[in-house]
Design a protein around this ligand. Sequence first.
Ligand code: MG
Length: 288
Amino acid sequence: MLSFMESNKIKTFVWDVDNTLWDWISYAARTYPAMSEIIAEEAGVERGLVEQCMQAYYTEAETMESSWLVQGLDKRGLFDGSDMDQGELIAKLQKSFHTNRERSLALYPGIEEVLEEATRRGIGHLILTDAPAFHAASRLRHLDVDQSHFRAMIAMEDSLVHKIPKEHHHRFEDGRYGLEIPVYRVGVEKPHTDLETALQMTREQIREQVCIIGDNGAKDMALAARYECVGLHAAWGRPQQENLNTLSRFAPTRVLRRSAETGFNAHSSDRIAEIYSPDSILQMMEWR
Ligand SMILES: [Mg+2]
């Protein structure tokens, strides 16, 4: 797809994160059931009921990344008749959440090599994600990756920032969210991102110099098509049906539908290619 001359002009890789750099779906498919089990035990009710209530809560919050689940379930009356200690339950859930993150959130094999090789060749990396900045940053912070590969993270405005507990405010006061790199927040999701503003580049520069790498056809690749730049459709991030089935018990329909939008009509741009492993980026760029 890329001629040698063309690949030589690429100066910036714009990476999606969830299901592109790391496997968010498998991680989530472990995390939410584990939390529901703890809640069911505490509330003394069936897991199915907890799952229903969690889904209702996340649907109302319009995201699975809302941090006030316990309070939300309490409001729905799930703990009526139990002697639930809110602080204790939240601490238990956080512990389970963190253990799962440590166990199952990791870069896909081969990603680190691509980051290193590209950096060595003078290509800059940027993160562009539709996840809320607070959560995207905490995933990156806990990952075993050299953050200095990335120039910045561009993530969604946390519409819930004002509700983030006071003790966490210092993490994003400097716009870094506890990361070594700056975090910029945008208000629109891909593919509607204003790349010119986000990347501080002209349309012409974006077309020539940017390569967008992401798993989602309707977001990442549609964005590449909009700007006529190179798009690498990361097929390694395609979620397994089993994990989607698990998540369908918790996720708002909209979130699930968007997670599964991996298909893309390749005819809409001849500069977009599906690739099956991070390693093939090295081949595509003719670096090996
Ligand atoms: Mg993604």
